[in-house]
Design a protein around this ligand. Structure first.
Ligand code: NAI
Ligand code: MG
Length: 339
């Protein structure tokens, strides 16, 4: 589709969002793919300007174009407006969060050669937003697990595995404690797994999974998780392959799909010109693949790997392991580093 022009909604976002968006735009231009960005403010920037963190025109643009690319949006902790990310997920029914997590060549990469695809249910569990103060000093939060959403996310994961020739899916749970909620999630995963005999299926309790990921991550191929565990474990995975600055994300929905880096607005480094644009660029590559521009996507990803592999032009977050190098020199095997 060499001459096709795509119209994409672009939300640069808060904090480091505008910086990494500018870098991303230059890389996309270099591939020659034709994109018209419909750029909008959202999140804190939109709130400050017009009093609404998710203006209707932004929703309209996404619904019209069906595809959006967004930078990180700032959400205050424990107060303030409701997370725009959660709102987008609910309104657009972005039910599947996909994070292909692959090692990049960098001194900050704990394990080279990792390639784990994380599939996270994106609409329910404890993020359903049902919290009540039952009486002073007692708060109740409800974890919602439904058969429909669990079957849907399991199907998404197994269909992805089939399409991308992945070998194994591990469903992550805490059904020993949450027997009903996580029990239902697991039952749905098993039911779907039976229809995909070519994909291996196993299960693991979430705390053990975290330990196994740190100690022996090569055993994993794809992880399938409900919303809360998915949020936490996917960041852990990012930490293994080079950090939040290098992992892309996609939110696939029934009404539209939103592609985004998994990191936040990084207020601690915003405006300093040191933010790593890799995650944003890889997310854009995922988006290009999704809209049928695979050649451009591959070009972009290869270019980034080449630059990172040269090790000359990297942002400070990727040099974070100088201390670990020192340990290794002393013969202490604190990290796995193969370059
Ligand atoms: P964060 O991801 O913004 O930052 C965590 C650490 O990683 C910081 O030290 C930061 O400097 C570093 N970091 C993140 N991205 C980086 C990049 N591209 N290059 C170099 N270093 C990078 O997470 P934090 O601090 O918990 O959240 C900050 C704000 O971002 C909050 O308001 C939060 O709600 C929001 N947030 C938004 C997300 C989104 O829009 N998808 C996701 C996560 C957080
Ligand atoms: Mg998160």
């Amino acid at each position: 589709s060499k001459h096709k022009k795509h119209i994409i909604t672009l939300l640069p976002g808060d904090g480091i969002g505008p910086e990494i968006t500018n870098a991303m735009k230059r890389v996309v231009e270099a591939t020659g793919v034709l994109i018209e960005w419909e750029e909008h403010l959202a999140g804190k920037a939109a709130m400050d300007k017009g009093g609404d963190p998710l203006p209707q025109e932004v929703m309209d643009s996404i619904l019209r174009n069906k595809i959006a690319l967004k930078g990180p949006l700032t959400t205050e902790v424990g107060k303030g407006f409701r997370s725009v990310n959660v709102q987008l997920r609910k309104t657009l029914n972005l039910y599947a969060n996909l994070r292909p997590t692959k090692s990049v060549p960098s001194p900050n990469t704990r394990y080279m050669g990792l390639d784990i695809v994380v599939v996270r249910e994106n609409t329910e569990s404890l993020y359903a937003g049902i919290e009540n103060e039952i009486s002073p000093g007692v708060v109740q939060a409800s974890k919602i697990i439904t058969r429909d959403a669990s079957i849907r996310i399991a199907k998404f994961a197994f269909e992805y595995a089939r399409k991308h020739k992945r070998k194994k899916i591990t469903a992550i749970h805490k059904a020993n404690i949450m027997k009903l909620a996580d029990g239902l999630f697991l039952a749905c995963c098993r039911e779907v797994a039976e229809k995909f005999p070519e994909v291996q299926y196993n299960e693991m309790i979430v705390d053990n999974c975290c330990m196994q990921l740190v100690m022996n991550p090569n055993q994993f191929d794809m992880l399938l998780l409900e919303n809360l565990y998915g949020d936490i474990v996917s960041d852990l995975c990012a930490g293994l392959v080079g950090g939040l600055g290098v992992v892309p994300g996609a939110n696939i929905g029934t009404e539209a799909s939103v592609f985004e880096a998994v990191h936040g607005s990084a207020p601690d480094i915003a405006g300093k010109g040191i933010a790593n644009p890799t995650a944003m660029i890889f997310s854009t590559a995922l988006m290009l693949e999704h809209i049928g521009e695979k050649a451009a996507a591959t070009k972009m990803v290869n270019a980034i790997y080449r630059v990172l592999g040269e090790g000359k032009t990297v942002t400070p977050d990727l040099k974070g392991l100088v201390a670990a190098y020192e340990l290794k020199k002393k013969g202490l095997n604190a990290v796995v580093l193969e370059q």
